[in-house]
Design a protein around this ligand. Structure first.
Ligand code: AHR
Length: 531
């Protein structure tokens, strides 16, 4: 899709192009009217299905992500339904969340599921040693998570504890969740209020085994994966998709070692490999960069860094293609998003950050990339759903706001389970800053499950708008949808002004048989293409 490159042409030439266009300004054609870029969509040659799980959300026992963000308890003054806050629940229903990942992250490898079942006042209090050293009263456990997913109509992704748990503990959790037998564990589930077994859609064996999950080598983890996977037994019609913990950023050795050494046998299999990539404006874990109040160079670097994910997907999936040309094994980007410096005064272990128009544009870029590689990238989870990192929702006690990233996820709903369409961008499409260049416009098109055509466009340039000629092998004469943009690069919503940044209606019609769309600077546009 994209190429990230050192600037391919000189500054002088770049100015030359701009100057040439500006010279037309004195004639009838203005600089703004000159169409320099076209987007070509092929509707007849359909691509892969964009699995709705690409729109997955991650909820970890971390900061105020679950406690306060989702769960307040039945006795809370914050309006709630059976302990789940009403405002957040309603906002997530609107978002049509397809998938929830829980309980971590790093937390998963220290989570013992038996701590979170049974009467809440009898559950043990444990210390969350990874995130802030706070006490977790385990009020939110297996039943609370599974009920929450059912309330949202979302599939579930449970991350098992490999780091500090045994194969016996992991197997017992799956039995508790899925068994319809009269075993002690299945009856314990019934006694705790759930008669029918739950469906577990996805199950991961450990998380970030290279780091917080046990500081393992790929070889050591691969052996453990096979060991644990062998004992995960469920009823035949309730077998979760099993996920192995892979690498992060530009690593490929995890994918190589897993693909070379995990065979599919009658007793054991690997359905997907997970991969994590966080975008830091600076690319430096010692000083990530600020969530707000940044300059253009930080904006550019954030976009440049996030677009690197395409290379990570390409290199890893090329390895997978060698071993698995039928693409049976998925490549799941099950943690992604921005990670900024914690604001002064906030608990550094809570990873709370504001979310601006920059996050929205970045979300659009990532989603367009995931669509383009949908054959293998069949799941992704943004980190994280509420109050943590690149969140959809922020809360402050009884107050709640929807972030710019929430709005992008909502605009992209028609892409869930849609079939991707080949798309190409021709003509002038570069954003150059210093000695680096990225594409200015990113695009994705698909035909939805209801047979409608959709186009998503992202303009990563903070100050230049673009006119785009839309070309297709089918006539489209108008579009209707929404645009998200603002004047400031760090425009965002606050608890005092929660509706400061919201999508607005967007409509355009063809003139003289040409469909030309105005794409504002720093914007995300999603439209339905109409005859
Ligand atoms: O999302 C926050 C943390 O980032 C997760 O717990 C971990 O998997 C990753 O390092």
């Amino acid at each position: 899709m994209f190429t990230l490159s050192p600037k391919p042409f000189t500054r002088a030439l770049a100015f030359g192009v701009v100057a040439g266009v500006m010279a037309l300004g004195s004639h009838a054609v203005t600089a703004a009217d000159a169409v320099q870029t076209s987007v070509k969509i092929e509707t007849k040659n359909q691509g892969a299905v964009i699995n709705k799980a690409i729109y997955g959300q991650f909820m970890e026992h971390l900061g105020r992500g679950i406690y306060e963000g989702v769960w307040v308890g039945e006795d809370s003054k914050i309006p709630n339904t059976k302990g789940y806050r009403k405002d957040v629940l309603a906002a997530l229903k609107e978002l049509q969340v397809p998938l929830l990942r829980w309980p971590g992250g790093c937390f998963a490898d220290e989570y013992h599921w038996r701590d979170g079942i049974g009467p809440r006042d009898k559950r043990p209090a444990t210390v969350n040693t990874t995130w802030g050293g706070v006490t977790d009263d385990n009020a939110f456990g297996t039943h609370e998570f599974m009920t929450f997913a059912e309330m949202l109509g979302a599939e579930v992704y449970i991350n098992g504890n490999l780091g500090t748990g045994t194969p016996q503990e992991m197997a017992a959790w799956l039995e508790y969740l899925t068994s319809d037998s009269q075993s002690t564990l299945a009856n314990m589930r019934r006694a705790n209020g759930r008669d029918k077994p739950w469906k577990v859609d996805y199950f991961a064996i450990g998380n970030e085994a290279w780091g917080c999950g046990g500081t393992m080598t790929p070889e050591y983890y691969t052996n453990l994966y096979k060991h644990y996977a062998t004992f995960l037994k469920t009823p035949e019609d309730n077998r979760p998709i099993l996920i192995a913990s892979g690498g992060h950023t530009d690593q490929t050795e995890w994918t190589t070692t897993l693909m070379e050494n995990v065979p599919e046998t009658w007793s054991m299999r690997m359905d997907a490999i997970s991969h994590h990539y966080y975008t830091l404006p600076t690319g430096d874990w010692a000083k990530h960069g600020a969530a707000l109040g940044f300059n253009e160079s930080e904006w550019f670097d954030t976009m440049f860094n996030t677009l690197r994910i395409e290379d990570f997907i390409k290199t890893n999936t090329a390895i997978m293609d060698k071993h698995d040309p039928e693409k049976k094994v998925g490549f799941y980007v099950d943690e992604w998003g921005t990670w900024y410096d914690v604001a002064e005064g906030d608990n550094p272990g809570f990873l709370y950050q504001q979310n601006s128009l920059r996050d929205a544009v970045l979300a659009g870029l990532n989603l367009n990339i995931f669509h383009a590689y949908a054959e293998r990238v069949r799941m992704s989870n943004i980190a994280q759903m509420v109050n943590v990192l690149q969140a959809m929702i922020l809360t402050d006690k009884e107050k709640m706001l929807l972030t710019p990233t929430y709005h992008v996820f909502k605009m992209y709903i028609p892409f869930q389970d849609a079939t991707s369409l080949p798309i190409s961008i021709k003509g002038e499409n570069s954003y150059v800053l210093g000695d680096k260049e990225i594409p200015m416009v990113s695009a994705s098109a698909a035909i939805s499950t209801s047979g409608k055509y959709y186009l998503a466009l992202v303009n990563a340039h903070p100050s230049e708008s673009r006119k785009l000629a839309i070309e297709a092998d089918k006539t489209f004469s108008r579009v209707k949808g929404q645009v998200l943009t603002a004047d400031a690069m760090d425009a965002h919503n606050t608890f005092k002004q929660p509706n400061n940044l919201q999508p607005k209606a967007y409509k355009q019609k063809a003139k003289d048989g040409k469909l030309i769309l105005d794409l504002p600077a720093k914007s995300v546009v999603v439209v339905e293409l109409l005859d």
